[in-house]
Every structure is written in structure tokens, then in C-alpha cells.
Design a protein around this ligand. Structure first.
Ligand code: DX5
Ligand code: ZN
Length: 217
């Protein structure tokens, strides 16, 4: 699969979200970080903002839920217009049931792992998912340094995906930039979230193109 670049609006200007979505036209997905101040020590946005943003842009929304009780909330993000919904396995009460519900409602189902959460216990769940997200920083804030120690986990996950012959996308999120994206791609990631590396650039759309070229290099 060609590399996909998903700019994270966490690094955008929240007062101008429609314009900020337009500024990254050509990106594959718009990554929307939902934080509840419980699962992570930060608070961002919720269902009404996702609903408005879905109406304001043609770019599909990749909602990353860093929240407690995703079993209760995730389906509402599908209804709000998200094309992909990611829940954290550390917070989910019933990840298989939740993934099936997200798919049944018509979105791609995705599961995220914090840095200290291993992939191996979840090998048998992979066929239930459309994407797996490996966090390459502790979730909660943009602009943190990429954790190199996650590269072996990316590699092992790619091996598991191949072993089972799955179509699953493998996303990385946190500290992805021109300096780190090639290492992620080499390890087997194919979907790249980038917040500060895109919205911190003078030309965000150009930054997306440059990251894609590098990832495909
Ligand atoms: C962090 C979020 C990320 C964040 C990435 O918890 O999940 O999506 O926006 O930002 P950068 O790319 O700046 O590390
Ligand atoms: Zn994210």
C-alpha cells in the first residue's frame, strides 16, 4: 500500500478548523485527537466538533479516541461522520465487540497501543481490525520526541500482520517528522500521523507531500 499521511489537527488553530483542514488538502485523512482529561492529562474536543468538521471538509476523518469508556463513546464518533475510529485497548472493556460495532456502523475499526502495551496478547484480535495504531510517544500532547524504542514493536507487528495474511494498516503516531519517518517506514508502518511536522511547517500541504515521498523512498 502507498504511504498515507494523516495530519493531526492537535497542532492546528482550533478557532479555524475548516481552514486548517483546507491547508492540508491532499492529505489522506485528517487525524482528530479526542482527549477527555482522564485517559490522558489533556482535554481537546468531542462529538459536536467532529460533526461540524466532517461537514466542513471532504478529507475523511481519522478519530483517535484517547478517552475512558470508548465502548460507550466510539459509536457516536461514527455517527458524527468519522471514517475511521481508533480506541485504546487499555481503556476498552470489550475490544472485539467494540471493533465489530464500529465496523457494523460503517467505519474502519482501529485499536491503539500505548508505548508500554505489548502487541503479543492481541495477536488473535488482529482480524477484527482495519488498522492498528502504535503510539510512538506517551499519548496526550503534540510536539514530543519520537520514541525509538518502539521500532522493534512496529517490526514485530508488521511480521504478525504478514504471518496472518491480513490487510490491516499499521499507523504510527507521535514525533513523526522528516527526521523519523523513514525509520518508521523501514520498520513496517504505512500510515503516518504528523502534527507539529505538518502544521509547524510554513507550507503544510507541501510538508504532507514531502513526508509521503520520504516514507515511500
Ligand atoms: C498525541 C496525539 C498525536 C499528536 C502528534 O497524543 O495522539 O496525534 O497530535 O503530534 P506530533 O506529530 O507533534 O508528535
Ligand atoms: Zn493521535
Amino acid at each position: 500500500m502507498a504511504a498515507q499521511i494523516n495530519p493531526s489537527i492537535l497542532s492546528a488553530d482550533f478557532a479555524r478548523l475548516a481552514d486548517e483542514a483546507e491547508a492540508v488538502r491532499g492529505a489522506d485523512w485528517l487525524h482528530v485527537d479526542v482527549m477527555d482529561n482522564h485517559f490522558v492529562p489533556n482535554l481537546t474536543l468531542g462529538v459536536p466538533v467532529v460533526e461540524s468538521l466532517a461537514r466542513a471538509t471532504d478529507t475523511p476523518l481519522d478519530c483517535h479516541l484517547m478517552i475512558e469508556a470508548p465502548d460507550r463513546w466510539a459509536p457516536q464518533y461514527v455517527e458524527a461522520g468519522a471514517g475511521s475510529v481508533t480506541f485504546h485497548v487499555e481503556a476498552a472493556a470489550a475490544p472485539v465487540r467494540l471493533a465489530r460495532e464500529i465496523r457494523a456502523k460503517g467505519a474502519r475499526a482501529s485499536m491503539a497501543l500505548k508505548p508500554a502495551t505489548p502487541i503479543e496478547p492481541y495477536e488473535d484480535l488482529l482480524p477484527e481490525l482495519d488498522m492498528l495504531l502504535i503510539m510512538t510517544v506517551e499519548p496526550g500532547f503534540g510536539g514530543q520526541a519520537f520514541l525509538d524504542i518502539m521500532l522493534p514493536k512496529i517490526r514485530r507487528t508488521r511480521e504478525l500482520i504478514s504471518k496472518h495474511g491480513l490487510e490491516l494498516w499499521l499507523q504510527v503516531d507521535g514525533g513523526v517528522s522528516a527526521a523519523t519517518i523513514e525509520r518508521c517506514a523501514d520498520a513496517g508502518a504505512d500510515v503516518f500521523v504528523a502534527g507539529s511536522a505538518v502544521y509547524g511547517a510554513s507550507d503544510p500541504a507541501e510538508a504532507v507531500r514531502a513526508l509521503r515521498t520520504q516514507a515511500e523512498g
